[in-house]
Design a protein around this ligand. Structure first.
Ligand code: ZN
Ligand code: ZN
Length: 444
């Protein structure tokens, strides 16, 4: 049997077509990574100059509001942007489209100015999968070194909190005995509360498997943290268990302008704006004093937001109503202060987190409920803080615009710009870490 095979098989057109498609994907990805490099530069500068500090809790919160990133992604952008500030080689490789954002993100978890060069070489040689594995191994060595250092210094107190590869948060620490005792006590109290609730729920459905002690401890720690945040480290937080007595001169509550007394029970003086905030979510006892000093009124007792109304408020607002915040717990803010005749009704209340409650009372932010029931917020300079930022003008062909911009910067990007140097060999992570990590040799 004889079959004629031509010396060169021409690549069939459909195959060439998908190859071109693949190249196009690679080129555009390189452009996007290069643009991400520039984006991170801008975020780093914006963050350093506090540009987000216009009523937002953090740079990540601002990013999430302004460009629509989810919170996790926004936090990650800010983290990587900050890290790249001290890692110029990795920053440059990203800006040239030679290293993908995913690789840079992984490498910045472990890179330091000392190890940057080596890790850059790994980044260029390996695939994103290889780099994930190398970084995981690297962190293991970091943790071992840290554990050895801690063991050598038994008297030193420390708490290490870090995020594991799967996103779970790992906590390890050494506490002084008396501090440890407080923690153990708090965990036991939180466990008791949670367990009581679980028991009453079990009684209803009777199916759930009881959690292990370790799981209960984890839940208890979450409860302790939530409680601390919810009740606040400062006296401005809600909650019946912590009642702060504020003594105010009668005119102060109704109007922040006239000079007057506002004194906390322990003698600390606070501004009249602060006194108004403390009295706003009226779970505090406010004693109003007449000019001659006699107590005119014990305010809060009669202004307490009743539990049913508070539940309705939480149900309606779900979290802080300040644009872009959404923190899931907060304080009931009287839009028109009760001392100025504002009623304690759902329409005159809005949920605000502690940070934004302060913004509204003490930092000059204004808040109103409009005719249609929507809330409007204004900056101290009177400009509106929109719930959703206005859309940006985008060129009709953004891809073309991006390429033109990169061309103008003399950045030649092609289908192989970000190709790993890897030729298919098996990756020996243990060996790679031994060679690369400065502390790896001492672990053996
Ligand atoms: Zn308020
Ligand atoms: Zn808030």
């Amino acid at each position: 049997m004889n079959i004629d095979i031509p010396a060169f098989l021409p690549t069939p057109e459909p195959v060439r077509e998908v190859e071109r498609l693949g190249d196009e994907i690679a080129v555009l990805s390189a452009h996007l990574d290069a643009a991400t490099g520039r984006l991170l530069d801008l975020i780093r500068e914006f963050d350093a100059r506090g540009g987000w500090n216009t009523g937002f809790l953090s740079c990540a919160a601002w990013l999430s509001w302004r460009v629509g990133l989810d919170r996790g992604a926004a936090r990650e952008r800010v983290r990587v942007a900050r890290a790249l500030g001290t890692l110029p080689r990795l920053a440059q490789a990203l800006a040239r489209g030679e290293l993908s954002y995913a690789k840079v993100r992984a490498l910045t978890r472990v890179a330091t100015p000392e190890t940057e060069e080596r890790l850059l070489a790994v980044g260029k040689a390996g695939t994103a999968g290889h780099i994930e594995r190398v970084v995981r191994g690297w962190r293991r060595v970091d943790r071992q070194a840290e554990a050895r250092a801690t063991a050598r210094r038994p008297a030193i107190r420390a708490l290490h909190v870090y995020q594991d590869e799967d996103g779970m948060v790992v906590i390890r620490g050494r506490l002084a005995p008396e501090v440890g005792a407080v923690l153990v006590q708090a965990l036991a109290a939180a466990r008791e509360t949670l367990y009581q609730r679980a028991r009453s729920m079990d009684a209803e459905d009777g199916s759930a498997e009881p959690p292990t002690m370790a799981q209960q401890q984890a839940d208890a720690l979450a409860r302790v943290a939530e409680t601390a945040l919810h009740h606040g480290i400062d006296p401005g937080a809600p909650g019946e268990r912590y009642q702060v007595v504020v003594h105010v001169d009668a005119p102060v509550l109704a109007n922040a302008d006239p000079p007057g007394q506002s004194v906390l029970e322990d003698g600390a003086h606070v501004s009249s704006e602060t006194a108004q905030r403390l009295a706003c979510d009226a779970t505090r006892v406010v004693m109003r004093h007449a000019p001659d000093g006699r107590v005119m009124e014990v305010g809060a007792r009669t202004r307490t937001i009743p539990p049913a109304l508070r539940r309705a408020l939480h149900h309606r607002d779900r979290g802080c109503r300040f644009p872009g915040c959404g923190l899931p717990f907060g304080q009931g803010h009287h839009i028109r202060h009760w001392a100025r005749g504002g009623p304690t009704t759902l329409s005159n209340l809005a949920l605000l987190c502690r940070r934004h409650h302060r913004a509204v009372h003490e930092e000059g932010y204004e808040m109103d409920r409009q005719q249609d029931g929507e809330l409007s917020f204004r900056r101290p300079d009177g400009r509106l803080v929109p719930e959703v930022p206005p859309p940006m003008a985008v060129p009709r062909d953004p891809v073309h615009a991006l390429r033109a911009q990169h061309d103008a910067h003399g950045l030649p990007l092609h289908a192989r710009t970000a190709m790993p140097g890897w030729l298919g060999e098996r990756l020996d992570v243990g060996w790679a870490i031994d060679v690369l990590h400065p502390l790896a040799a001492s672990t053996r």
